[in-house]
Design a protein around this ligand. Structure first.
Ligand code: NDP
Length: 298
């Protein structure tokens, strides 16, 4: 490390941070700041949750206002943004001059509303989407999307890096939540398929663990097709010679019929049949699955 980089890292490590909200995630965030050498002040609605962090060297704040007063950088991690909105009411203008980094999961619209609210009382607002579970925080695969006040983000970026990678998405405060929800959409799509597949095979007493040995490499191999779909979405050129919507639409009734025949609910997959039927009705038979992204965006 160069002398300049080393002194920047030391300056960042001495920067105080307050963490409001010590659930599973907030506790992991505060722990990561402590491990990186930051003076950390913590507040939680139920005070008992501060105990383990105080034992590691954190300072407990009796009230959220006291928590905010302790540091220029205040990280919030509550269950919902409605909770954050309520907390803003309690905090009032005590946040003036502070940077609020809200890592609570929420919608882009909520992030924009909270940003405007924070700025109206003189605070700087950065929204964030955490791409990790608590156990991954500060590890090599964890990162956080950020958006909002870029100057505030740059000022505190070295401190925020204690949590994992930092990925800036833009000045619109809603962007981090959009990136976050987009990735989680891909994840839930995969898990919806996984639970449906396991529900199906267990009707014939095929062990889920045994089947997972087939499922994981199959799904992994199919993910290799994502860049091609993405290229088609960007270019608007949806014609395909691989797997047309016509072929998919013809095969799909077999899925729904099999679920029903085997006594498995088709509720997760029936809407996809409706979308495939519509794609054919609207004249997209020769296109690939990428066309559906355009249809859904209407
Ligand atoms: P927990 O349920 O463990 O903790 C929730 C936290 O919110 C607690 O500190 C709780 O306080 C606080 N809280 C709830 N309601 C209020 C309120 N009305 N006023 C003040 N504080 C309140 O959740 P997590 O820590 O796991 O999650 C926190 C956020 O992080 C969520 O938005 C979640 O979606 C997000 N996240 C979580 C991940 C995970 O894997 N856990 C992964 C990525 C993001 P109290 O202790 O008093 O109940």
């Amino acid at each position: 490390m160069s002398a300049t980089a080393s002194s920047t890292a030391q300056a960042a490590a001495s920067a105080p941070v307050s963490v409001l909200g010590l659930g599973m995630m907030g506790t992991a965030l505060a722990g990561a700041f402590l491990n990186a050498g930051h003076p950390v002040t913590v507040w939680n609605r139920s005070p008992a949750r501060t105990g383990p962090l105080v034992a590691q060297g954190a300072l407990p704040a009796d009230t959220p206002v006291a928590g905010v007063a302790a540091s220029p950088l205040v990280v919030l991690c509550l269950l919902t943004n409605d909770n954050v909105d309520e907390l803003f009411t309690v905090l009032g203008d005590s946040v003036a001059g502070k940077t609020l980094v809200n890592l609570t999961n929420g919608t882009p619209e909520q992030a924009r509303t909270l940003s405007a609210r924070a700025e109206s009382v003189g605070a700087r607002y950065v929204d964030g989407g955490i791409m990790a579970v608590p156990q991954m925080i500060a590890g090599p695969d964890a990162y956080v999307f950020y958006s909002g006040d870029e100057q505030a983000y740059e000022t505190h970026r070295a401190t925020l890096a204690a949590l994992g990678g930092t990925r800036w998405t833009g000045a619109d405060p809603g962007l981090a939540a959009l990136y976050d929800l987009g990735l989680l959409t891909g994840m839930y799509g995969m898990f919806i398929g996984v639970v449906q597949a396991l529900a199906l095979v267990r009707t014939e007493k095929i062990g889920a663990e045994e089947y997972a040995e087939l499922l994981v490499p199959w799904v992994t191999a199919m993910l290799g097709g994502v860049p091609e779909i993405a290229r088609a979405v960007d270019s608007g050129q949806h014609l395909t010679d691989v797997s047309s919507l016509a072929v998919n639409q013809s095969a799909f009734p077999n899925f729904v019929a099999t679920y029903k025949a085997q006594g498995v609910s088709p509720e997760l997959f029936e809407p996809f049949q409706v979308l495939l039927d519509r794609s054919i009705a609207e004249g997209h038979a020769a296109d690939g699955l990428s066309r559906l992204a355009e249809m859904l965006a209407r």
